[in-house]
Ligand binder design. Structure first.
Ligand SMILES: [Zn+2]
Ligand SMILES: [Zn+2]
Length: 128
């Protein structure tokens, strides 16, 4: 279960209808949420799978969390995984890979900074 900014947003991203198994086909579905990238997008109903990323919630006006897309690809690269080959670990298919870790300062979303601090031990050190 993921935290969204407001109930309306949660309703919108979880909305599924019987007639349209593919949400992009459903005129009632307005927002698409990509858990793995933590991205919110408006669905562009042009018959394809176009979407338009949004930075703020259309209902409550909250600033939506930073996209983790760059970080996700940086993480794949670090692990030597080619995401296009379909060998992505399960936790990276969902929000699991970022939801489990402690909230990071916004600056950490910068992949360049991430690799610069890579050699240092993470907060808390290894658990036992
Ligand atoms: Zn529908
Ligand atoms: Zn909201």
């Amino acid at each position: 279960m993921e935290a969204h900014c407001c109930d309306e947003m949660r309703r919108q991203v979880e909305r599924v209808c019987d007639q349209h198994p593919d949400r992009f086909d459903c005129p009632d579905c307005l927002v698409h949420y990509s858990p793995r990238f933590r991205e919110y997008e408006l669905i562009v109903h042009d018959g394809g799978s176009s979407s338009c990323r949004i930075g703020f919630c259309p209902w409550c006006g909250a600033r939506l969390p930073n996209s983790l897309r760059d970080e996700w690809f940086a993480e794949m690269e670090r692990r030597g995984i080619d995401p296009w080959e379909g060998k992505v670990p399960t936790e990276y298919e969902s929000a699991q890979w970022w939801a489990a870790r402690p909230a990071e300062p916004h600056a950490a979303a910068d992949p360049a900074r991430l690799s610069a601090t890579e050699s240092r031990s993470p907060n808390g050190g290894p658990g036992s």
